[in-house]
Design a protein around this ligand. Structure first.
Ligand code: GDP
Ligand code: ZN
Length: 460
């Protein structure tokens, strides 16, 4: 896969400028330099600029410019690199490039210098991506993140997790080897789990921070759920302060869902009002319910409305239990406190297992109650969901790899705990290891690499 040709490109933007650079990289870079600058002294030190006359392939003088030979391996690409820092005119640069191509170099493709650096092990894939991000950055925060990645912060974090995972693999696989010698053996369960748990915790943390970054950019996704007639649309309207959703006392009329953005103390919430979350025979409503569940799985925060006058049915109890089990950030709104409650003691206990329970009367005949408290709770959670230090995962590609690793390691953990065959445990661990390796490009396929580097500009 390592390409030993010599590549050349104009590295500066098209157009006129004070300086324009033609960059050459590869084993023949020095020969290209000698061809273009016949007067280049053999003993001129590496990495040192020299004012030189550049000639084209016919021997005609093209420019007088600062030239430099940077010898391998301490160069951007890891190969010998030559730069001609010419006057920034398009004719000059074109002619210098043509001369370089006439003396043995070939035209570089997009991102090929950075790809060389990656293939030569100078940088990992996250750093290569950071080069592109750095060039593309249009905001100070995007620039800062790219700079951190270029320094290798993500790569270093991932490599640490790979090391831990590798240790777990070794523990498990050495147990397998002993098995062949018919020793009585045991995986060191605790030793393995300790490492796997640590990696899982760190990956979750990376994910959480990726989400924080997304929420900062796009807003917190909030979905309002609950049975028909619980008061979802009433709440949606109260939050939004408009009559956008149709409020009605007929069960199941919010067929589709509505989405609005509201702002609570500087944090944007994208609030969705859904059709009632209940098994329905009506086909139209069924579609709405499926979408409700889908929305719930994508929500950052669920507002769960309970109609205390109606009480809970078994479906709702099961849904609430499920929500608890899945650790979905949830605010339970116990609505219609102006009316008598039919909640059982068990139901009340179930609701109290949620961290946030707000009693309300959202559309009572008398005074509306609980709205201030609810808005206060939502504001606090929204602030928490968007706070956060350095976001490390910058691309969905990273997130996908992290998700794959989490799944595989989750299976490995279950397999260890269930005392399954070691081969299975090792398989899952190795899959996790590969997923982590993909982030930094340790095990990436050509397809992935082509996709990443094709997004670069030529000369990078
Ligand atoms: P949805 O189906 O969950 O969207 O429920 P709606 O918001 O359409 O409300 C259903 C009915 O309950 C409407 O007639 C509301 O006025 C009424 N409602 C909502 N909240 C309260 C409340 O706190 N107390 C009382 N008494 N009625 C309410
Ligand atoms: Zn509604």
């Amino acid at each position: 896969m390592i390409d030993s040709t010599t590549i050349a490109a104009i590295a500066t933007p098209a157009g006129r400028g004070g300086v324009g650079i033609v960059r050459v990289s590869g084993p023949e870079a020095r020969d290209v330099l000698r061809a273009l600058v016949p007067a280049w002294p053999d003993d001129h030190p590496s990495h040192k600029l020299r004012l030189s006359r550049i000639h084209d392939e016919h021997g005609d003088l093209v420019d007088e410019a600062l030239c430099v030979l940077m010898e391998s391996p301490h160069t951007y690409t890891g190969d010998d690199v030559v730069e001609f820092q010419c006057h920034g005119g398009p004719i000059i640069l074109r002619r210098v490039l043509d001369a370089a191509l006439a003396s043995g170099a070939r035209a570089a493709g997009p991102g090929e210098f950075t790809e060389r650096a990656f293939l030569n092990g100078r940088i990992d894939l996250t750093q290569a991506e950071a080069v592109a991000d750095l060039v593309e950055a249009t905001s100070v925060s995007a620039h800062k993140l790219a700079m951190e990645h270029l320094q290798g912060s993500l790569g270093a974090a991932i490599r640490e997790l790979r090391t831990l995972t590798m240790e777990a693999v070794t523990l498990v696989e050495s147990a397998i080897d002993f098995a062949h010698e018919e020793h009585v053996y045991q995986i060191e369960h605790d030793e393995v789990l300790q490492r796997v748990d640590k990696v899982i915790a760190e990956l979750r943390d990376l994910k959480r921070r990726f989400d924080q970054g997304r929420r900062q950019r796009e807003g917190v996704r909030v979905v309002i759920l609950g049975p028909p007639n619980a008061g979802k649309s009433t709440l949606f309207n109260a939050l939004h302060g408009s009559e956008r959703a149709i409020v009605t006392s007929i069960a199941g009329t919010t067929r589709d869902f509505l989405e609005e953005e509201i702002h609570l103390e500087g944090v944007a919430l994208r609030v969705v009002d859904t059709a009632g979350l209940r098994d329905a025979t009506d086909e139209v409503e069924q579609i709405g319910i499926e979408r409700s569940r889908e929305l719930q799985s994508k929500a950052d925060l669920v507002i769960w409305l309970v109609d205390q006058e109606q009480g809970l049915d078994d479906d709702q109890r099961r849904d609430l239990e499920e929500t608890l089990a899945r650790h979905i950030e949830t605010v339970v709104v116990r609505n219609k406190i102006d009316l008598p409650s039919t909640l059982t003691a068990d139901d009340v206990a179930l609701l109290e297992r949620f961290e946030h329970v707000v009693p309300t009367a959202l559309a009572a005949d008398g005074e509306r109650e609980g709205m201030d408290e609810l808005v206060g709770v939502l504001t606090g959670i929204a602030a928490e969901l968007t706070s956060g230090e350095g976001v490390l995962l910058s691309r969905t590609r990273h997130l996908e790899c992290v998700n794959r690793a989490l799944e595989a390691l989750g299976r490995a953990k279950e397999a260890v705990e269930a005392g399954m065959e070691h081969e299975f445990v090792a398989l899952d661990l190795r899959e996790g290891l590969d997923a982590l390796g993909d982030i930094v490009g340790q095990v990436s396929t050509d397809d992935i690499l082509n996709k990443i580097f094709s997004e670069f500009c030529v000369g990078k």
